[in-house]
Design a protein. Structure first.
Length: 259
């Protein structure tokens, strides 16, 4: 069975299917209902084993993780960081509020979020948000993914998996990539330890973050700016579920070489 144990990618074909013309998600909107409606209008039928990759911004909108600039009074700390870097003080204040630790404030604002992500400005963003508004990351992406998975499986009768993705930078390479910040129904990792390489040598260690790979596969179809493709179906990838979540991807402090 596909979900009994972890397998490798399909040797034949993996498909990434964009869901175009997705409606604008309003605060407190029913995201699952919108996804199902868009599948229907696009004449796309879900299949067992489909992985649904959802952009974090529409999750944030549906969960009303949106803040108006007029409701934010920057603190002295936020004003100091903003002044020395020519940052937006409201953006800085929200990043501070959404963090549990501030790691760097010179030229960037690198923080740790309550879900364990290390990212710029705590993932707070103004792009794809209404004028004068800021979008915060989902407060618990793994929990959100679990709720959406349960609703979608109940509605469709299909065995599915959910990945919530966000575009983030990396400390050792230029440019942003799509990463998984939440998942449900799929193990975040694929373990190759014990398998043999091309020359028959047994691998002693090899852990692949497969949900990041899948999120990156979906990103070119999602794009940036106004493409209105926040949902992509990935089909043909063999996977299994596990007790681990996307939060387990984050390295603990004692393993983080960049702190």
């Amino acid at each position: 069975m596909l979900f009994d144990k972890c397998k490798t990618m399909s040797p034949e074909r993996i498909q990434a299917i964009p869901i175009p013309d997705f409606p604008v998600v309003e605060p407190d909107g029913n995201l699952v209902k919108l996804i199902l409606q868009t599948f229907e209008t696009s004449k796309i039928d879900l299949e067992n084993g489909d992985i649904i990759v959802i952009a974090s911004k529409v999750v944030s909108l549906a969960e009303n993780r949106i803040v108006s600039a007029t409701d934010v009074e920057p603190s002295e700390k936020a004003l100091e960081i903003a002044s020395k870097n020519n940052f937006d003080p409201i953006h800085v204040e929200l990043a501070i509020r959404e963090s549990v630790d501030i790691l760097r404030t010179e030229g960037v604002l690198i923080t740790e979020t309550p879900s364990g992500l290390i990212c710029n400005f705590s993932g707070v963003d103004k792009s794809n948000a209404p004028e004068g508004k800021y979008l915060l990351l989902p407060s618990n992406p793994d929990s959100s993914a679990s709720q959406y998975l349960k609703s979608l499986m109940n509605s469709t009768g299909k065995k599915l998996a959910i990945i919530i993705s966000d575009t983030q930078g990396r400390p050792w390479r230029k440019g942003s990539v799509n990463l998984a910040i939440g998942c449900a129904g799929i193990a975040p990792f694929k373990y190759n330890k014990g398998k043999k390489d091309l020359y028959g040598r047994v691998l002693e260690r090899s852990t692949v973050c497969q949900i990041d790979e899948i999120a990156m596969l979906a990103e070119p179809l999602m794009g940036q700016a106004g493409k209105r493709v926040p949902v992509v179906i990935v089909r043909g990838y063999a996977y299994s579920a596990s007790e681990e979540t996307a939060r387990d991807i984050n390295r603990p402090k004692h393993e983080d070489l960049f702190r």
